[in-house]
Design a protein around this ligand. Structure first.
Ligand code: UDP
Ligand code: MG
Length: 309
């Protein structure tokens, strides 16, 4: 018998715990023919509602349900890591509790794994039901990442992904504190098959990602998987030196040939403002990387466990 671990990060998902369970079970009848067992790991990411109680109730009925509970909200990335760390499956799959990751794809995923793929990932080809402004910034982010990062990060990629134990262990070996899974999946490599599907809207409750949270997360992605912004400072420095040199030549020539006196503090003020602006910007970028490095060297745990069953 081989085992499939389904990892479900949950943050205030009390109304989705049971529907998810039922929907999942409705789509895995094929696993019996493949002699496969199942374990469902609900990772409670410090929910304030009855998520934990709901999972415990499920567990009383079904031994295959497990609960990992955090001492506070550590974020979805931490929840995914904890799930991986506590799973025993030969295959592991991440799924959202809100049923935005359709369990109906599981059978197809297994078919791909049987063809020899190490991982089956999903991406949504539409962003139906999402605010247009969010879709716009998401597209900008993926286009930017393609330019500045060597790691492949797919546009519209979801965290809904099945992988072998080998790949799961590779991901576990990346113990960085600032986690950006979409990059980590790409970084570890392995043969990945991409399945596409239309966006499904959340079953109940609301998205846990505000625009601001997503913006910070995108910065996480950039600093974690590219050092290109650091180059920006050097490039800007060189450009400004060149510009300054040209200005000096221009002013000297103007003085010597045309006898024009050096004049005007407005232009001077503009130049000073502009260059100091660029300097602050570059220091800011440096600061971002320094902050990430600072958090990394502290070697704090990725999550703190409160309860496990
Ligand atoms: N989630 C989590 N911790 C968080 C935020 C979200 O574990 O801090 C979980 C959430 O419960 C859900 C999944 O991550 O199962 C995806 O979150 P959500 O549906 O809010 O994101 P969206 O689908 O809108 O991108
Ligand atoms: Mg969702």
């Amino acid at each position: 018998m081989s085992l499939l671990s389904v990892i479900v990060p949950c943050y205030n998902e009390e109304e989705n715990v049971v529907p998810f369970y039922e929907e999942l079970l409705g789509h895995i009848s094929f696993m019996a023919d493949k002699h496969m067992d199942l374990e469902i790991l609900y990772v409670d990411d410090g929910s304030h509602d009855r998520t934990v109680e709901e999972v415990k109730k499920l567990r009383e009925k079904d031994e295959r349900v497990h609960l990992i509970s955090f001492s506070r909200n550590f974020g979805k990335e931490a929840a995914m890591y904890a799930g991986l760390e506590n799973s025993f499956g030969d295959y592991v799959v991440f799924m959202d509790a809100d049923l935005q990751d359709p369990p109906s794809l599981l059978q197809e995923m297994f078919a791909c794994m049987d063809q020899g793929y190490d991982s089956v990932a999903t991406r949504r080809v539409s962003r139906k039901g999402e605010p247009p402004i969010r879709s716009f910034f998401a597209r900008v982010f993926y286009r930017l990442m393609k330019q500045i990062s060597q790691t492949e990060i797919m546009d519209g990629a979801r965290d809904y992904r099945m992988m072998t134990r080998q790949m799961a262990d590779a991901i576990l070996s990346m113990k960085e504190y600032n986690r950006f899974s979409k990059g980590i999946f790409g970084w570890v490599g392995f043969r990945t098959k991409w399945l596409e599907y239309e966006n499904v809207e959340r079953l109940r409750g609301e998205t846990k990602w505000s625009f601001w949270k997503l913006f910070l997360y995108s910065l996480e992605g950039i600093t974690a998987f590219s050092t290109m912004p650091l180059m920006l400072a050097s490039v800007a420095g060189v450009l400004f030196c060149l510009l300054a040199f040209l200005m000096i030549v221009f002013i000297i020539v103007r003085k010597l040939i045309f006898g024009d006196p050096v004049s005007g503090w407005p232009s001077l003020v503009c130049i000073i403002l502009m260059t100091s602006g660029v300097q602050f910007f570059c220091t800011g970028i440096l600061g971002q990387y320094l902050a990430k490095t600072y958090m990394e060297v502290k070697r704090r745990p990725i999550y703190v466990l409160k309860e496990k069953m």
